[in-house]
Design a protein around this ligand. Structure first.
Ligand SMILES: Nc1ncnc2c1ncn2[C@@H]1O[C@H](COP(=O)(O)OP(=O)(O)OP(=O)(O)O)[C@@H](O)[C@H]1O
Length: 258
């Protein structure tokens, strides 16, 4: 079996993690365990360190102290098995949509015919089969995000790190992208760490919502609450989860809610 058929996704293990920019502490004592295939959504006030945490998990920022493991191995630098997705699509403007989607496969040395087949398959899944030969600039923002989702998942990463990926989209396109993400994960399981400011998006997508907040100590911050989202995602349980996320967000000094 090649890594392209990797199963349920990579586990993430974070304990007593501190991250800094130079001398400046951003996160302190972060503890978080993510199961293979789980979607964990990270919310928190602007500047509390959500993107910083994602960057560290991606291997773009060194660990100051504590432990950070993905798939049981300490993170030391970037790895093709950990894909990072931003709000701004990072498509290459001079390549067609199909070639953009093929790119991670090319980087992994997958032969051309298989690349084409897999890219076509993913473009069909995200509803863009007819646009394969167009350039990114000829597509809408929502379509470009769909291309980016296809490009991310085509190489079957064990862990997908998404930093406000749908933040620039209008409400309708955003809801469609959320549906699409949940749908394609059924076809291609991966562990997902997803950062958003939108509480509705958090309780809709997350198996669990993690709230980061300021502790005050040292100016750093850590996990103040973790909310498991129960199925079905509607009615009173959903409202209660939403209320609890909001409460943790508005009381960022609270740590370790029940
Ligand atoms: N490259 C950097 N160098 C120094 N400080 C940084 C750098 N990037 C971010 N910071 C600081 O680290 C803190 C955390 O930033 P980060 O971007 O992780 O927050 P965030 O929770 O993702 O914010 P937002 O919700 O606004 O995107 C902020 O105070 C920010 O100013």
């Amino acid at each position: 079996m090649t890594t392209l058929e990797a199963p349920a996704g990579a586990a993430v293990g974070i304990s007593d993690l501190s991250l800094r920019y130079g001398e400046r502490p951003v996160l302190d004592g972060v503890a978080l365990d993510v199961r293979p295939g789980e979607i964990v959504v990270i919310v928190g006030a602007s500047g509390c360190g959500k993107s910083t945490l994602l960057r560290a998990v991606a291997g773009l920022l060194p660990v100051h102290s504590g432990a950070l493991r993905v798939g049981g191995r300490p993170v030391a630098g970037t790895d093709a098995d950990r894909a990072l997705v931003f709000q701004d699509d990072a498509l290459l403007p001079w390549l067609t949509v199909a070639r953009n989607v093929e790119l991670p496969l090319a980087l992994r040395g997958v032969r051309r015919s298989e690349r084409r087949e897999r890219a076509a398959d993913w473009l069909a899944r995200v509803g863009l089969a007819e646009h394969a030969q167009r350039l990114p600039k000829e597509l809408s923002g929502g379509m470009r995000q769909r291309v980016q989702l296809a490009r991310t998942l085509v190489a079957a990463p064990g862990l997908v790190l998404m930093d406000e990926p749908f933040g620039a989209l209008d409400a309708q396109t955003r809801a469609a992208m959320q549906d699409l993400l949940l749908e394609v994960r059924t076809a291609r399981p991966a562990t997902v760490l997803f950062v958003t400011h939108d509480v509705d998006e958090a309780v809709r997508l997350g198996d669990r919502v993690v709230v980061l907040g300021g502790s005050g100590a040292l100016g750093g911050s850590g996990v103040v609450d973790e909310i498991t989202i129960a199925e079905p995602r509607s009615g009173a349980p959903q409202d209660a989860a939403r209320a609890r996320v909001l409460a943790a967000l508005t009381d960022p000094t609270r740590r370790g809610g029940s």
